[in-house]
Design a protein around this ligand. Structure first.
Ligand code: ADP
Length: 566
């Protein structure tokens, strides 16, 4: 019996311990299961995070590549539909987006290059919010240039679970790039428009200057030409005085018109130099011719000195160099009542220095700084003694600077003034030309009177003047009133020289000359023109004319032209 109970106890103990072991196992396996579940959860979360991170990285990379590519493109090209659409395409095909659109405000589109913006949508200002807006999967970002809303960039996400702040930060970078491209394009467009406006107004100014030049010189030619011819007729004392007044006023008018037209040409950027080979002696001759008698009349001593020898032949714009010198010497004589006016010239390092010194009224120091400005006259009172426009020195300064030289003044009020001009010039070769030595005056007249000349001009007054001037040289010209008549006359008769007006009805002088040259007409054709612009002169030469006689011309100018060409 005792052995049985011991066995039962042993069995009971074993059962109890097995149950305890089973309970422990069950608890442990439960714990393990829970741990495993947590592990699985943790694992899946880790996987998801990694995927999000990878996706973000991919999107960020796509955006930054796009920024680099389009940043360059926007800098090198005009902002147009093609460029914008390819940017939007690139956004649409990025990993995070399914759609992208750009809206511009209607007002903005025409100010960008209008014809290049056809497909970009426009949206009213009220529809654009000034901040980022999410509507379901769609993000709308405003575009701002100079603190003003100019449009909107809108994108649609292809995945609801994407980190939205991250997307906003990336799309903001694209919006910023677009804003800077729009701003750049607005500047370019407004510059282009401003340039077009400036070119338009420059063209209008040039046309106006050319037209007014022509219109003023034509009647002046009639006025001065008639006065010149009248002076050679029999006049009583009263008529002579009146004629002198007429010539004086006409000359003054010519100087004023020349100054105003020169100044307009300078302002319109039309002043151009015409360099040629000239003799230094002829500059001195010209100055002596104009000022010697004037100075004597005023009791002022006038001298031209050379402190170093000047090369006999120089290359430069002879007319403009003379103009500067005539202006300076003219002022010196005008503003000097007694004493002297001297012109000293010097040649050094390929530069010509001209010093015009006078013992005249002088200029206050305070007036010197504005002396070369247009319309400046030291004495502006109504009672001033000296005539002038106040343009002479401004024109001189511009001409000298156009020749790459400089001009300055030194003056002491009451003692006199010194103007110094320095201009670089090229030395010309001396030509020994015995063959074409000029015939003396008498021979010239003898030769001239045998000439057969055709004058082509539509204005009756001009016909009368040139006819009279030629008559003085014993030449009786034929007259044609337009290009068609000129062509007919030239085919019926061989003229030694044709004086051809440029602007005429029916057929102008350019066309007539072109036609005659095409017909192998080789004798000299000289333009008669009131236009002095370089363009007009070129037009004359291009059409086949040999030289130009500018209105208003004198009998002497006409004679020199004839001697030159026949
Ligand atoms: P204008 O002589 O037609 O008035 P300028 O431009 O040639 O115009 O000269 C401007 C002003 O400069 C003159 O009105 C005069 O007051 C002053 N000026 C120029 N040259 C002299 C000079 N040699 N002596 C004194 N004043 C002068």
């Amino acid at each position: 019996m005792s052995s049985n109970s011991a066995l039962e106890r042993k069995l009971a103990r074993e059962t109890a311990s097995r149950k305890a072991a089973e309970q422990l196992l069950e608890q442990k396996s439960l714990e393990l299961f829970e741990a495993n579940q947590q592990l699985t959860l943790a694992l899946s979360q880790l996987k998801k995070q990694n995927r999000d991170g990878l996706q973000k990285l991919e999107f960020e990379q796509q955006i930054s590549e796009g920024l680099i590519h389009f940043g360059r493109a926007f800098l090198s090209r005009n902002l147009d539909d093609g460029l914008v659409s390819s940017l939007l395409e690139r956004l649409k095909h990025s990993s995070a987006l399914s759609h992208a659109e750009l809206f511009l405000l209607p007002k903005l589109v025409p100010t960008l290059v209008a014809d290049r913006f056809n497909v970009t949508e426009v949206r009213e200002i009220g529809q654009v919010k000034p901040y980022a807006v999410w509507e379901a999967n769609q993000l709308r970002l405003p575009l701002e240039v100079d603190y003003k809303t100019v449009g909107e960039l809108s994108v649609v996400l292809n995945d609801v679970n994407v980190d939205r702040d991250f997307v906003v930060s990336q799309i903001t970078l694209v919006a910023d790039l677009l804003c800077s491209a729009i701003s750049r394009q607005l500047i370019i467009t407004s510059n282009q428009k401003a340039r077009a406006r400036a070119e338009e107004s420059e063209k209008a100014t040039k046309e106006f200057v050319a037209m007014i030049n022509h219109e003023l010189r034509t009647p002046l030619n009639g006025l001065l030409g008639s006065a010149e011819l009248l002076a050679e007729t029999q006049l009583n004392d009263e008529q002579s005085t009146l004629l002198n007044n007429l010539v004086y006023s006409g000359d003054l008018l010519r100087l004023i018109i020349n100054d105003i037209l020169d100044f307009s040409k300078i302002s319109a950027g039309m002043m151009e130099l015409i360099p040629s080979r000239f003799e230094w002696a002829s500059v001195k001759q010209m100055l002596n011719g104009i000022f010697q008698s004037k100075a004597i009349e005023k009791g002022v001593d006038f001298r031209i000195k050379e402190s170093t020898p000047i090369p006999p032949i120089l290359i430069g714009d002879f007319e403009r160099i003379c103009q500067v010198m005539v202006n300076l010497v003219g002022n010196a004589v005008k503003f000097t009542r007694q004493g002297s006016v001297s012109v000293t010239t010097k040649w050094k390092h390929d530069q010509l220095t001209i010093t015009v010194e006078d013992t005249g009224i002088g200029i206050e120091q305070e007036d010197l700084s504005t002396l070369f400005d247009p319309f400046v006259q030291v004495d502006r009172t109504a009672t001033r003694h000296f005539e002038g426009t106040g343009l002479g020195l401004a024109i001189c300064k511009n001409l000298v600077e156009l020749m790459r030289g400089h001009i300055h003044v030194h003056s002491v009020k009451g003692s006199g003034s010194t103007f110094t001009v320095t201009i670089p010039l090229v030395v010309g070769e001396e030509e020994i030309d015995t063959e074409h030595a000029r015939p003396d005056g008498n021979d010239a007249v003898t030769l001239l009177e045998q000439l057969s000349i055709l004058v082509v001009d539509d204005i009756r007054m001009n016909q009368v003047i040139i006819n009279q001037m030629l008559k003085k040289l014993s030449i009786q010209p034929d007259i044609a009133t337009n290009g068609i008549e000129a062509i007919k006359a030239a085919s019926d008769h061989q003229y030694d020289l044709i004086f051809m007006d440029c602007r005429m009805p029916e057929m102008d002088g350019f066309e007539a000359t072109r036609y005659l040259r095409e017909q192998n007409y080789t004798l000299p054709i000289i333009a008669l023109t009131a236009g002095t612009t370089l363009e007009e002169r070129e037009k004359c030469i291009v059409s086949g004319m040999n030289d130009i006689l500018t209105k208003p011309y004198t009998a002497q100018d006409l004679r020199l032209m004839l001697e030159k060409w026949v």
